[in-house]
Design a protein around this ligand. Structure first.
Ligand code: AMP
Ligand code: ZN
Length: 119
């Protein structure tokens, strides 16, 4: 069923507490935790607790949940005090764009200069 936990999904395991993560924020519908391989001083992943393979599928199935993820991304940026300088919210979508975990997640990157366009 749409949104159900997937046994082979790393981020579902983090939601379930089966894989440890440094959680910085949690709501009834989302978890935010530090990326294990940070690409910036602030690099936090915000995920819906429900499993959807990418951001577009999430938004089509549960637009309110997609909004929860975006709101939490902003809250993370404020908590980390990167909102004044500016930060980036990224959803890598598809293997060709660098998506490696197929459970929708927002990267929140900040705390350094961020080039445009990204690589
Ligand atoms: P993506 O490449 O967009 O699918 O992003 C997946 C991200 O998950 C990468 O930035 C990884 O560094 C990160 N990652 C992988 N395993 C873990 C983990 N156990 N805890 C935290 N972040 C992780
Ligand atoms: Zn999952």
């Amino acid at each position: 069923m749409a949104g159900e936990p997937q046994a082979d999904c790393l981020f579902c395991k983090i939601v379930a507490g089966e894989v440890p993560a440094t959680v910085v924020r949690e709501t009834g519908t989302t978890v935010a935790f530090r990326d294990i391989n940070p690409q910036a001083p602030t690099h936090i992943l915000v995920i819906p607790k429900a499993h959807y393979r990418d951001a577009a599928v999430l938004a089509a199935a549960e637009p309110g949940l997609a909004a929860d993820v975006l709101r939490e991304a902003g809250a993370v940026a404020a908590d980390e005090k990167v909102d004044d300088r500016g930060y980036r919210i990224i959803f890598n979508t598809g293997a060709g764009a660098g998506q490696t975990v197929f459970h929708a997640h927002a990267h929140v990157l900040g705390g350094r200069g961020l080039d445009w366009p990204p690589g």
